[in-house]
Write a protein of this length. Sequence first.
Length: 242
Amino acid sequence: MQIKELTDELKLNAFYEALQEQLAQSAYNELPFEKRLQLLLEAEKTSRDNKKIKRLQNQAKLHEKSAAIEEINFAPTRGIHKATLLELAGGGYIQNHRNIILTGATGTGKSYIAQALANKAMIQGHSALYLRIPRLMQLLSSARGDDEYLKLLAKLKKIKVLILDDFGVSPLKASEARDLLEIVEDRTNLSSLIITSQLPIKEWHGHLHNPTIADAILDRIIHNAYKINLEGESQRKLKNQK
């Protein structure tokens, strides 16, 4: 059996391509066998890692696909502590199953930061998904009453970093608050939420319909969350002025 056939069968395409490069360049002949083998395996691993990241990015449905921590404006007037955000970019909050809450007025960059953190998470191998709260409620409402509802909840449960954007745009109905509690409960001590909202956290309770359900949701979200309140002018406005 030829090497090409073996690598095709074992799905070692990048390994084979790296081998062809080694055979074409005499400089590799000077390296020990173990080193050459290591380089071939590293080429295969890098290829697989990149494919996984690409797959995660396609599944994440980000609106700001290129959002990056490095592009964030850390001007003092924005109220962002750079050290805290860089710590979050390291992914420790995911390992510790903690949440992130980003509050602030429209245009202050909440969604961008949330998606920049999601991009970092995916590079680290974690799954992510972006959903606006109104869209999430539409999906759950459409699925309610059949197996699709449970399948959707199961899918959301598996996501390591779930972004819920625009919380509090309008008060949730009773059924929507119960749905949100199901999602939050499924993720408690297992994975992370990143929630963005124009509302200060102290006003969230009144937007969750039922006080008992509100207490249950907020108890699971807030107490283990990093809280960042963005200030300053609209970043969209400043960008358009340039």
